[in-house]
Design a protein around this ligand. Sequence first.
Ligand code: 5AD
Ligand code: FES
Length: 369
Amino acid sequence: MDPLNTVLHKEHLTREDLVLLLGLRTPSDTARLRARAVDVMRAQVGDSVFYRGIIELSNICACDCNYCGIRAGNAKVERFTLTEQEVMDGARWCAQAGYGSLVLQAGERGDAGFRDFISHLVRRIRAESVLADLPQGLGITLSLGEQPLETYRQWHEAGAHRYLLRIETTDPGLFATIHPPAQTLAARKQALADLAEAGFLVGTGVMIGIPGQTLQMLADDILFFRDHPIDMVGMGPWLPHLDTPMGDWVQPLPEADQLQLCLNMIATVRLACPDVNIAATTALQAMVPDGRERGLSYGANVTMPNLTPVHARGNYKLYEGKPCMDEAREECRGCLMGRVESVGRTVALNQWGDPPAYARRVGEGKGHW
Ligand code: 5AD
Ligand code: FES
């Protein structure tokens, strides 16, 4: 067997193996990585693509992440919060479109009013969607940043069952470079542990191609996913947003290389953490029009159609070049279905699509951090 083949079929990948896979460049090598990741995906999570309709419900944020377009310090953004009716309307649309699962995302806020607004929305969506055609109701995922354990408990109690909180990078130096001093890697890790403690299925992820990030750091990120109770992984390229402190940072990688690195990351996570859900993220589509399809063909099995009302989308730009800014959710639905089908996959409608990783971990008594 040639060395790459040996690594591709290893049960337990070492850090060196991960670095080797992430660094593959030639078309024949990346094709082999891709093919192996798809085989593992089919065997472990199946061939279906799951949708999570995402509503970006507010861009008000107390944080000042150096990369993010809606950081508190960006005075150029017009701040918005959707009304209860707009969120409910989006949730109903999501259920009727058969998406099965809804993500509520917003900037990070610690005020009690916001916390209770979220609990109220989650309760209402769960109650109404159970009454609708979906016997289980809509699955609800939250993506609302770092919060106290009590808040996570309250939201879980209200009926949300998954939570997305990216670690962004597990490298302490790089984390400190891209965040203000008030935000720490230790606090982010604690929040992830608290989410598992509160009973959530936990999704995390990183940005790829941050200046200063190495293949070794990305390999360590993957080891972090593998060594913790992580059920879902969402990753995409770091893309500059001009009105941020990183807006003039020079991307050291040519665009094609950054894209290939993102795809290698998806495939390598699929090999290292075979039964998790992996998202083909919108940011991939910001790099190239068929970025999401490429993510799916490297072993991703989830994608997140945008359900935010068009009037608000322009104010929820985390990075430059975000796609689907003017397309209404109906248009994205048709467009995305075509994109998924173009890579020979089908969408699993009306299902939550929980990753097998969760049931396995609970069965093994490894539900906690
Ligand atoms: N480029 C790419 N991804 C970004 N995010 C925020 N800003 C950017 C950017 N400039 C990602 C972060 C965050 C998620 C909601 O969006 O990873 O966790
Ligand atoms: Fe939104 Fe294609 S996915 S328009």
